[in-house]
Ligand binder design. Sequence first.
Ligand code: EPU
Length: 518
Amino acid sequence: MIRATRVRTPVAAFLVINSSKIRVDPTGPRAGPSGPGLRVHPPGRPGGSRVQEVGTRNRPILGRVRVRVHGQRAGSGAGRGSQWKPPPLPADPDPKLMITGGAKLSGHVPISGSKNSALSVLAATLCCSGSSKLTNVPNLSDTRTMASILGSLGAQIEFSGNDVIVNSDRVGSVEPDAALVGDIRGGFFVVGPLLGRFGEAVVALPGGCDIGARPVDIYIRGLRALGAVVEVRENKVVAHAANGKGLVGGKFRLDYPSVGATETLMMAACLAEGKTLLSNVAREPEIYDLACFLMKSGAQVEGVGSDKICIYGNNRLHGTEYGLMPDRIETGTFILAAAITRSSISLSPVFPNWLSSLIDKLLYAGCKITHNHDTLELSSSKEELRGFDIRTLPYPGFPTDLQPQTMALLSTCNGLSIVQESVFENRMTHVKELEKLGAKIQVCGSTALIYGLEKGNKLSGTRVVAADLRGGVSLVLAGLAAEGITEVNGLSHIDRGYENLETKLRLLGARVERLDFV
Ligand code: EPU
C-alpha cells in the first residue's frame, strides 16, 4: 500500500511516499521531452476528402493519399461563426484526431450504454436458453470483438443499432477463438458460463489495455472452489468439472475485489449445483448490472452491492430482454472535458451516486455541479480551479478508469496535486504524452506529482500518441484545453471504449476532426 503525506519546511516541500522522501520542486519537474511538432501544411476544406502529400520530418514526402475528413463544415454550429480554420493535415497516414483547442463547450451530451457491463452481460448470455435481447449496447470495437467471441463458440448474434440479440442454443464449442480473446480482457469471462454449462472450457489468457500484469489467478482459485480442475497450458486455461458432470456451489473469498473475477464467478455459480457464497467481491455498478441481467434471466442472486454475494445455482437460465446501464466512465470523461475547458454542459442519463468520488473532488476544485432526475449539469466558468489529490481504489473509491483524464485536468489547475494509482501497476503511460503538451508531472512509481500551470499559461498543442484507452482519451481532453492544434494518434485504443467520441464532442462545440486515410 502506498502512503503519501506532504511535508513542508520553510525552504522546500517534500513528499513522503512509503517512507522515502522526494523533494517537490516548486518550479515543477525538469522540462519533459518535447514532441516532434507538427509539419504545417496549408489548410484545406473541412469535411469531404482531399489529396495530401504525406511524410515525416526525416522523410518529407512518402506518397500521396486521399484523406477523408470527418468534421464540421465551415459555418456549422460547432464552429459558432468564429474564426475557426481547419487544422493542417498531419505528417503520417494513420487515422488521427485533429483538435483545435480553446473552444468552450456547451449543450447536452447523451451518454451511451456501459462498455464494461456490455462485455460481462454478453458473456452471460451463454448461461441462457433461447434468445437474449440486450438494448443500449454501445457500438464499439470491444463489444463487436466480444460478439465475435460468442460467434466463435457457435452463438448466433444479430446487431441492429444498439440492440443485440444473442441465441446461444447452438453453442457446441468450449474453446473460443484465442486471437479474439487475446484482444480484450472481457473475452476471458466466458470461462465461467462455459464451465457451468458444459463442465469444461479451454480459454486463452486474455488481452486488454496494457496497464499492468493483469493475471487471472483469482479467477482460477475461485473456479477451483466451485469444483473445477484448472490448469494453465500453453497460454490457455484448461478446465473441467472434477466430478465429470458440472460445477458445484462452494465458498470462496477473493484476495482482492477483482471486477472480472467477481463477474466470472457469479456466472459460473448461477449454473453450479447448490449455494455459492462469494466474499470480498467487487462492488462496482457493473456488477449490479450483471446481477440484474442474471436475475431477470431466472437466477437467484443476493447481496449485490455489499462485499458478499450469495447465489443459488440453477440448471440453465432463460432468455430475456435487458437494457444496459449508462457508461459511468464515459460520463466522468465528459464531465472532465467540461472542467478542463472551463465550460458548462449537461449530461444524461447519469446516476450521480456512481461518480460521487469524482464529483466531490470537482466541487472542491471550484466547479458547480447540480443534478435533476437523471440529468447532471457541470459548470466550470472560473478560469482557475484548485488542484486536488486522488488515489484510485475499487468502487466506491476513485475509479482507476478516470485517473488519466483527471490527471489531464489537474495539469491545468492551480498548485501541486498528487495522483496515486493503486489498482494497476502500469497506468502512467499518458504522462510522457501529457508532458509533450506542456504538463508538468513528476512520476515516482505509481505516484505522480502534477504541478499545475502558472497563472495565464496554457497547455500547447502538438503530436501525441495514445497507448491505451483511458490514457488516450486523457490526451483528447488535454488537446481540447491546449492552445493550437493537437494531433492524437493511436485511435484504435480510444475506439475500444468511446462511442462516437468526436461526434459528441462536436455537438458540444469542440473543434475535432477525425482523419481517416483511405
Ligand atoms: N488481479 C489479480 N488477479 C486476478 C484478477 C485481477 O491480481 O485474478 C488484479 C489486476 O492485475 C489489477 C487488479 O486486480 O491490478 C484489478 O483488476 P480487476 O480484475 O478488478 O480488473 P478487470 O476485471 O481486469 C475491469 C474493467 C477495467 C477496469 C477494472 C477496475 C472490464 C472489461 N474491465 O477490469 O476497465 O479498469 O475492472 O475497475 O470490465 C477500461 O474500461 O479501460 C478498463 C481497463
